[in-house]
Design a protein around this ligand. Structure first.
Ligand code: PRT
Ligand code: MG
Length: 231
C-alpha cells in the first residue's frame, strides 16, 4: 500500500502564506491554486496532496483523520476542543493579535458601570477565558463575522477580534483596549496518523521546521535592513 499525506488548509491568507513555506519543504501544487475551483490540489510529490477547506473546519478534518496534517490559526484552534490533535509546530505565518476593542471613549471593562457589558465575538472560548481570568462578568454574543459592526449597530459594547494593521478598527471608529493573545498559524497533526504514518510525517515535520527557521532568518534580515534604512 502506498501511503499518502493529506494536508488541510484554508484559502486566502493562510494558503497564500503557507505555500512559500510548503515550497521550501518540497511541497508544490501541480496547478496554480486559485486557477481552478478544485478543492483537492495534487502536488508534484505524488505522496502529498492539499485539501482546501474553510478555516474553521481545518481542525475538524484533521481530528477525524480526513487530513493527516493541517494549517490553522491559533484563534481557530483555541475554539476547538483539540481532541485527536497535536500541535507540533508554530509556522509563524498569518500573524496578528487578538484584541479587546470598543468605540472610542468606552471605558475599559474593569471600569464599566451598569449591567454586564455585552461582548460580540467569533471567539467565545477565548473571550470567556479572558474575562474569567479578570473576574469580570460579561454577556458573550457569538457572531460569525463583521464583529466591528456590532457596537455601531448597538448589539454589543465591546468586541473581541483579530487586528493586524488596525485599519479595520479605525475605519469603524473603534479603538483597541487590551491585547488578548498573539496569533499565528500552526501545523496540526492527527494523533493516530502521527503513529501510523510516522515514517512519512516525521521527515516532513523536519523539513517544515527547517523551512520555518529559514523564513524567520529572512524576516529578521529584512527587519534589520528596514531598521538600518531608517534615517
Ligand atoms: O473567510 P472565512 O469565513 O472562510 O474564514 P476566516 O475569516 O476565518 O478565514 P481568513 O482566511 O479570513 O483568516 C484565516 C486566518 O488568518 C485566521 O483564522 C487568523 O488566524 C489569520 N489572520 C491573521 C487573520 C488576520 N490576520 C486578520 N487581520 N484573520 C482575519 N483578520 C481580519 C480581522 O478579523 C479583521 O476583520 O482582518 C481584519 C483586521 O485587519 P486589519 O489589518 O484591518 O487590522
Ligand atoms: Mg475571512
Amino acid at each position: 500500500m502506498t501511503e499518502r499525506l493529506t494536508i488541510a488548509l484554508s484559502k486566502g491568507r493562510i494558503l497564500r502564506e503557507a505555500l512559500p513555506l510548503l515550497a521550501r519543504a518540497g511541497v508544490v501544487p501541480v496547478e496554480e491554486p486559485g486557477s481552478s475551483r478544485r478543492l483537492i490540489l495534487e502536488t508534484r510529490d505524488p505522496g502529498v496532496r492539499l485539501v482546501v477547506v474553510r478555516a474553521a473546519d481545518v481542525p475538524t478534518y484533521v481530528a477525524w483523520g480526513a487530513a493527516d496534517l493541517g494549517v490553522a490559526g491559533k484563534d481557530v484552534l483555541d475554539e476547538h476542543d483539540g481532541e485527536g490533535l497535536y500541535e507540533p509546530l508554530d509556522l509563524e505565518i498569518a500573524r496578528c493579535r487578538m484584541m479587546l476593542a470598543a468605540p472610542e471613549g468606552t471605558p475599559p471593562p474593569g471600569r464599566w458601570r451598569g449591567g454586564r457589558p455585552r461582548v460580540a465575538t467569533k471567539y467565545p472560548r477565548a473571550t470567556r477565558r479572558f474575562f474569567a481570568a479578570r473576574g469580570l462578568q460579561v454577556e458573550i454574543i457569538k457572531l460569525y463575522g463583521s464583529m466591528e459592526l456590532a457596537p455601531l449597530a448597538g448589539l454589543a459594547d465591546y468586541i473581541v477580534d483579530l487586528v493586524d494593521t488596525g485599519a479595520t478598527l479605525r475605519a469603524n471608529g473603534l479603538v483597541a483596549l487590551e491585547p488578548i493573545a498573539p496569533i499565528s498559524s500552526r501545523l496540526v497533526a492527527n494523533k493516530a496518523a502521527m503513529k501510523i504514518k510516522h515514517a512519512l510525517i516525521k521527515p516532513f515535520l523536519r523539513r517544515m521546521e527547517a523551512a520555518v527557521a529559514a523564513q524567520r532568518r529572512e524576516r529578521e534580515q529584512s527587519e534589520r535592513q528596514a531598521e538600518g534604512a531608517r534615517p
